[in-house]
Design a protein around this ligand. Structure first.
Ligand SMILES: C[S@@+](CC[C@H](N)C(=O)[O-])C[C@H]1O[C@@H](n2cnc3c(N)ncnc32)[C@H](O)[C@@H]1O
Length: 369
């Protein structure tokens, strides 16, 4: 239920109706400030999350508009890159001198934040709003600003690792480094491999690989809407032809999940993709993805499957063994199994432990027969 008085609801509705027709920056700024004022009133009235989110969503939509208009507007003559300087006013082609930020009543930091928020791809932005609402979290500009930063930084974070030492079966490290070591065995000096990462996530698996000599096909049902170059494909139904890839990475959500968000939801979107899944459902998901992997991989192609064993309702499930059985039934052979121990041990909450706390995940290397 929305705890908001009629007057406020009406004011928000009026503003909502005006958003599509906003034609200039001052008008947008005025509307944004009005919503900000309403947010402050709602906060003092302790109006509740849903009411706050109604206003916050409107504010962010206007900030996106503002960001877009600021990005596209002709630069003020004093601005960097205009070939002018701040002391000499140079009119635009129409003869009008565009207002600077100060004249528009906009702080530089605000302008930067709105332009960043405006840079988030539309499909991802919409889905993210929906996800936040559905999981009863707070809609904030700061969250979307961080998402925008994340999208911007993502492509620049690659750092290939030149592996010269022998490769071992276990490491205390991170996924990127492990994958680089594994790759040094399974696709070493070859060129022109077709490589699929069908659970791309944030691209951590690939961050230490030099893929410049290969062809990468990255996809992820959630982050495909976020990162340029990554497709939003469902790994259960990939749009590739049979026998197409040399290598495929497969790292689906590997835990049974409740319906409410828990730790690292922002990172992995488990509630979003597998909310309410039991261990059995997770295994079925693995089977579907690995079956599709078998179809799209060439003969002798390599499938890398990441997993973690888990305990559900006090019962131990050795998921990696179940995955091995699935792989065999599909026609893969097990080439290698790697153990990755977490760099920081996870906390143990139970007073009396019934099972050891898991601090490792596993990476299977399968080959299509
Ligand atoms: C554990 S994360 C993968 C992390 C990734 N390996 C990385 O390096 O960042 C699991 C990913 O699987 C994606 N996913 C879940 N179900 C999917 C589906 N049916 N099709 C495609 N991607 C899916 C999620 O969106 C999430 O990004």
């Amino acid at each position: 239920m929305l705890t908001m008085d009629r007057g406020t609801l009406q004011r928000l509705d009026d503003i909502r109706g005006k958003i599509a027709r906003i034609s200039d920056i001052p008008e947008a700024k005025l509307l944004r400030d009005k919503v900000s004022g309403i947010q402050r009133v709602l906060s003092t009235q302790r109006a509740g999350l849903r009411a706050q989110n109604e206003a916050a969503q409107l504010k962010i939509l206007i900030e996106r508009k503002l960001g877009k208009m600021l990005t596209e507007r002709p630069k003020h003559p004093g601005a960097k890159g205009t070939g002018s300087n701040q002391y000499r006013k140079v009119p635009s082609r129409s003869g009008e001198v565009p207002k600077n930020l100060e004249e528009l009543g906009i702080h530089r930091a605000e302008a930067h934040r709105w332009m960043m928020i405006a840079s988030i791809p539309e499909a991802y932005f919409e889905e993210e709003l929906e996800r936040i609402r559905a999981t009863d979290q707070e809609i904030t500009s700061v969250h979307f600003y961080r998402e925008a930063q994340h999208i911007k930084n993502h492509a620049t974070k690659r750092k290939p690792l030149n592996v010269t030492e022998p490769v071992y079966t276990s490491y205390r490290s991170d996924n990127g480094e492990l994958i680089a070591r594994v790759a040094s065995i399974y696709f070493p000096q070859k060129k022109g491999l077709r490589i699929a990462d069908v659970t791309y996530g944030k691209g951590v698996f690939l961050k230490n690989l030099d893929l410049s000599k290969h062809e990468l096909f990255a996809s992820d049902i959630v982050t495909g809407k976020k990162f340029p170059g990554v497709k939003a494909y469902d790994f259960k139904k990939l749009p590739y032809e049979n026998n197409f890839f040399d290598v495929m990475f497969f790292d689906p959500p590997y835990h049974h999940v409740g319906k409410r968000p828990r730790m690292r939801e922002r990172e992995f979107r488990n509630v979003h993709t597998t909310g309410g899944y039991s261990h059995k459902d997770i295994l079925a998901l693995y089977r579907d993805g690995m079956k599709e992997g078998f179809r799209v991989l060439k003969k002798k192609g390599v499938l890398l499957v990441k997993t973690m064993d888990e305990i559900e309702s006090g019962k131990q499930y050795f998921t990696h063994i179940e995955i091995f059985q699935i792989a065999q039934s599909l026609g893969f052979v097990g080439e290698d199994l790697f153990i990755l121990t977490q760099v920081v041990d996870p906390p143990v909450y139970q007073k009396r432990q019934l099972h050891a706390q898991k601090n490792h995940s596993l990476l299977w290397v399968f080959r299509k027969k």
